[in-house]
Design a protein around this ligand. Structure first.
Ligand code: M6R
Length: 365
């Protein structure tokens, strides 16, 4: 039932504060990630020395964000790969590696094949972050962390993605804590931040009407470029996937520092550039990337908090994103991009919930 919404996708976008709260529920105390969150005592995490993440599509993008968190918080090497590549190559598995899969449906053929292959490769254990408790992936994995997002009907994944990120943040903190890489104070700080996520998502959703207005400008565009740096790069990838998936506009994403190495040649007044601006030490670098684009007449769509000093001006369309702790930025910045792709698709009159050629669950390779 779509309730008051015209499409499932919009309903699912608006469910995010509630389902992220459901994903956190029972997994964190006031100050810590609970040791019971994987269904077994989390002390097994002490032995992990490496992490391999394998997934497809949007789930793969969630995994890419987790690489930043795991390497940053736990100091462990982490690799991320799409399942359709992983399953057909010879993978070198270092000692004490965790095999982590991500899947909304738990029925994606390539991800299941990767898990089955991994079982022969001597991993420490397998953990599935999944939204469907009765799925094959959950049944066949040693450990599970459910995302608790509820059924997702729209083919374009929205709430499944942000709850995957939430579950991955829980997992990254749990690993870092068990490995002794995180002080009790830092863990308490991160957990407190996480608790504020639903409220920040609510706030981000308030830009809906403003983003709807911006989306009109995309109706006659054929291409779009998304830029981000650090953990915002996978969010740029996810934003570009969402736009191409439901509005059929060709979109690409680049780490902003790569601009000069090729994509800058594409930039002219017909090319909207969507930039995710984090509030960290990369801010100045990113601003200089934006100047490079502006100098070539590119139309800039900037998503940033108001303390970045960015604002509407000639050639710059500014959308405010709530200011949050750095660790939460990738999750909160996802919201305006979901809204943008949704409204662009509505303007273009495409089938938002059931885009052409795509299936919700890709059970064949
Ligand atoms: O069910 P899964 O998370 O394993 O699905 C993986 C991809 O097929 C899926 O994320 C796909 O990319 C979405 N339609 C993107 O919105």
């Amino acid at each position: 039932d779509k309730g008051e919404y015209r499409h499932y996708m919009m309903k699912e976008i608006y469910e995010q504060p509630k389902v992220i709260a459901a994903c956190l529920e029972g997994r964190i105390s006031e100050t810590k990630v609970l040791t019971s969150c994987f269904g077994v005592d989390s002390s097994f995490l002490k032995d992990i020395e490496n992490v391999h993440i394998v997934a497809c599509g949007t789930s793969y993008h969630a995994g890419m964000v987790a690489k930043y968190w795991i390497e940053d918080l736990a100091g462990l090497p982490c690799s991320v790969e799409v399942a359709s590549e992983y399953r057909y190559r010879k993978v070198a598995v270092p000692k004490n590696t965790l095999f982590l899969t991500l899947s909304q449906s738990g029925e994606t053929a390539d991800t299941l094949a990767a898990l089955r292959m991994a079982k022969e490769l001597g991993y420490l254990t397998s953990l599935a972050i999944c939204n469907v408790p009765s799925s094959t992936l959950v049944r066949e994995s040693a450990l599970t962390l459910l995302t608790n997002a509820g059924a997702e009907i729209g083919v374009a994944s929205t709430k499944a993605f942000t709850t995957q990120l939430t579950a991955l943040l829980i997992t990254s903190i749990a690993i870092a804590s068990e490995k002794g890489a995180l002080s009790a104070e830092k863990e308490a700080e991160l957990v407190t931040s996480m608790r504020s996520l639903p409220a920040h998502i609510d706030e981000a959703l308030k830009q809906d009407a403003a983003i709807k207005k911006v989306s009109d400008r995309f109706a006659n565009k054929h291409n779009a470029l998304f830029l981000g740096r650090g953990p915002m790069f996978p969010i740029a990838l996810e934003g570009s996937l969402k736009l191409k998936e439901i509005s059929y506009i060709h979109a690409e994403a680049y780490p902003a520092g790569e601009l000069k190495h090729g994509p800058l040649a594409l930039v002219d007044e017909d090319m909207p550039i969507i930039t995710l601006v984090p509030h960290n030490n990369m801010l100045d670098k990113l601003k200089s990337n934006l100047q490079e684009v502006a100098a070539r007449g590119g139309e800039l769509y900037v998503f940033a908090d108001k303390d970045t000093d960015l604002h509407n001006e000639d050639g710059v369309i500014f959308t405010e994103v709530p200011k949050v702790d750095e660790i939460l930025e990738p999750i909160v910045h996802t919201i305006p991009l979901q809204l943008l792709s949704y409204h662009v698709a509505v303007v273009k009159g495409t089938d938002v919930d059931q885009p052409r050629n795509l299936a919700k669950s890709v059970t064949v390779e």
